[in-house]
Design a protein around this ligand. Structure first.
Ligand code: GUN
Length: 295
């Protein structure tokens, strides 16, 4: 039987409506509109597309979104100064520095210039460390969105074997930490893992975040597994595909995310969620010890 498709667009729509309701309540009780500042350095075309989608969705949910576009030759200290200025701007509750930044800039060091309480991407070492400790505050948007998808479709995680392919600080590493926090047994595979299929075939939940079209075929998948495809690759003809051979794997998997329309919309939805939470925590002067559904 063909796998059930995990519809990220429909769920992201529901999340946006929930956030919109929370934003409206927050605004009527405090007079404050949650605000997101997006910082883009340079002119990467894919980043410009992602940023437009993020800002459009913010506005649809009633959040304020502002773009700070710095030139490709901006120096490290100029970008850090911009981030610090946003840290002390009371109208800005969330700050997102779009990745990648032009070569010559140190992305990790720039992230450290963002106040952890405004780090809605969850990339600051304070937030990454809290997630590893199992007491998350801001969880990176893609892993958080994937967890929401798994929960929405009642896909069990606790006690199951989750295999994450990819170890980037944006997706692979925080995804593994989040699955561990939800009691999965977690394996991380990467470019130096020999015989990838011998690991992925053990997965009840397989998350693939590498950026290589066709990396995962049916021979990599245990029958009935949940297959989550984070890859977004543009083929020479212009078609967007993930890292998973969707048509072949859907006959083996129990659940599968499409590309586009799976993980991508959930990433944006979780940015809205995190920005709304940032505004609440900053305004209330505190944050709860956890920001993860079901923790
Ligand atoms: N580039 C691709 N995905 C992301 C993301 O989730 N956050 C940021 N800041 N940049 C990205």
């Amino acid at each position: 039987m063909a796998a059930q498709i995990l519809d990220g667009r429909a769920l992201a729509d529901r999340v946006r409506q929930e956030v919109a309701a929370r934003v409206a309540d927050f605004r009527s009780s405090t007079g404050i509109t949650p605000g997101l500042a997006v910082v883009l350095v340079g002119d990467d075309p894919a980043s410009q597309v992602y940023i437009r989608a993020k800002m459009r969705e913010c506005e649809r949910a009633g959040l304020r979104a502002e773009l700070h576009h710095l030139p490709a030759d901006a120096r490290q200290d100029a970008v850090e100064a911009k981030l610090r200025e946003l840290n002390s701007d009371p109208d800005v509750h969330g700050i997102l520095l779009q990745w990648p930044v032009p070569s010559g800039l140190d992305y990790g060091q720039l992230i450290e210039a963002i106040a952890p309480i405004k780090d809605v991407d969850g990339f600051h070492p304070v937030n990454a460390g809290r997630l590893l400790e199992g007491r998350p505050r801001f969880v990176p948007c893609t892993p958080l969105g994937i967890l929401r998808l798994l929960e929405a479709y009642d896909i069990p995680v606790a006690g199951r074997h989750a295999v994450v392919v990819g170890r980037s600080p944006i997706v692979g590493r925080p995804m593994a930490a989040l699955l561990l926090a939800h009691d999965a047994t977690v394996t991380i595979c990467h470019s130096k893992t020999p015989d990838l299929a011998s690991f992925t075939r053990q997965a009840d939940v397989l998350v693939v975040a590498v950026g290589r079209p066709g990396l995962i075929g049916p021979q990599h998948v245990k029958p009935g597994a949940a297959v989550i495809d984070v890859g977004i690759n543009r083929l020479p003809g212009g078609r967007l595909v993930g890292d998973v051979d969707f048509e072949a794997v859907r006959d083996v998997a129990g659940w599968i995310t499409p590309v586009p329309g799976g993980v991508g919309p959930m990433t944006v939805a979780m940015l809205l969620h995190n920005t709304c939470e940032a505004a609440r925590w900053i305004t209330q002067g505190s944050s709860p010890s956890t920001n993860s559904p079901g923790m």
